[in-house]
Structure formats: C-alpha cells, structure tokens
Design a protein around this ligand. Sequence first.
Ligand code: FE2
Length: 250
Amino acid sequence: MPMENIPQEPPVRSVAEETLIANLRNAHALEKQVIAVLKPQLGLLVDYPDLQAKITQHIAESRQQANRLQTALEACGSSTSMVKDALLSVMGLGQSSVQGFSSDAVLKAIVADMMTEHLEIATYRTLIVLAEMAGKSEICPALEASLQEEEAMAEWFSQNLEQLTRRYIELEAAKVLAAELAEQERARKREEMAAEKRSADADGVPRPNPAADPFSRGPSDPAPAPNASRESDAAGDVELKRPPTGVSGP
Ligand SMILES: [Fe+2]
C-alpha cells in the first residue's frame, strides 16, 4: 500500500458515527419498549393516583422521545425501516418490567420503572457524547431535552419511592384485614344456620331451605321456632337480622 493511502489518524469520527447510529436505533427501540411496558401499568395503579398521573405523562414524553430519536437517525442518514429492524433486535430489553398481575405487581413495576429511568439516563448521556464525537452536535439539543425528562422522572421516583412503598404495604394490610373480617362473618353465618337447624330439629317444625336465602322468609313460611336466634315483632312478621354488607378496611 502506498504511503499516501495509509490513514494518518484513527478514524474516530466515522467509528463514532457508526456507533451513534447503532445506539440511536437501540434507544428508539427502548423508548418503544418503555411505552409498551408502561401502558398496561396504568390499570394497576388506580390506588396510586400520583404515580398513575406521572406514568401517563411519561408515556407521552416517551412518544416524543421516540420521535426525536427517529429525527436524529434521519439526520445521520438512517432510514425508518432500519429503525424497525433495530426494534426487533432489542425486544426483550425491557421485559423485566412486564409484571403481569401478580399480587406484588405494583411494587415490582415501581422498582422496574425506576431502574428503566436510570437505564435511559445512561443511554442519552452516551448518545450525547457519541453525537459530539461523530460531529453531529446538531442532534444534541433533542437528546438533552429527552435526558432532562428522564432525569426528572428518575428524581420523582427517588423522592416518592418511600411513600409509594409504604402505601403499597398499607393497602396490602387492608386487604388482609378485609379477608379476615369476611372469614369471621362467614363463620358467624355458618354457626347461626347450624343453631337454627338444631332448634328446628328439636321442635320437629319444618324449616325453609336456608341455602336459598338464610336471611329472609316468604309469606308461606312457617312461624319461627320459639328459641331460634331471630328478631320477631308483635304481628309475627319475622326476618333474620342481616349482617352488615361489605367489609371496609381501616
Ligand atoms: Fe424515555
């Protein structure tokens, strides 16, 4: 090779540009993945209105960020079809954030979302360095705008993580209490019905089928047993006392 054809300097700029394009594609795919993960979370977060509102806002931001990345790719001479290919290649990047509907889905989603924000911060900071090294500084303002949005979201998580975790435990504890109260109520009803049956068996008086509705009697039902656990009035119109409906937490 003639001396004049040997590069005198490492091809920093071209290597940086190639790396920039690959990372812009991955970042675009990541934003799409983030949107796909965040949208189903909204239904899980009805008891966390602040977080639900923040996630709704960040889904809109993520769409804008994806658009910025697409514009940046086009500025680097990359096509939209190449973006789609990249999306397929990094599918699974955010799969750890998909929690389904397990009992601790909310807590897992909060942790995964916070982790994702830091992944995106690192991604945009890397892209800004690559853009500068590739001589593509014109795309830096858009990348900076997205970086600031990711940092704001990460900061919100940082400030609210303790409160969100405490709320999760309080809500779970309220569910446990409600389940215990419901079980106590079922046990009380079973005992009440058993006492009625024992009383009727002792009288020899036929009883209505308690399985139909243990708390009401039709007009043709027989008179109550004298010692049954019922309320009775002077007219003989008898109705079992209904337990309070529903169980509410503290
Ligand atoms: Fe994002």
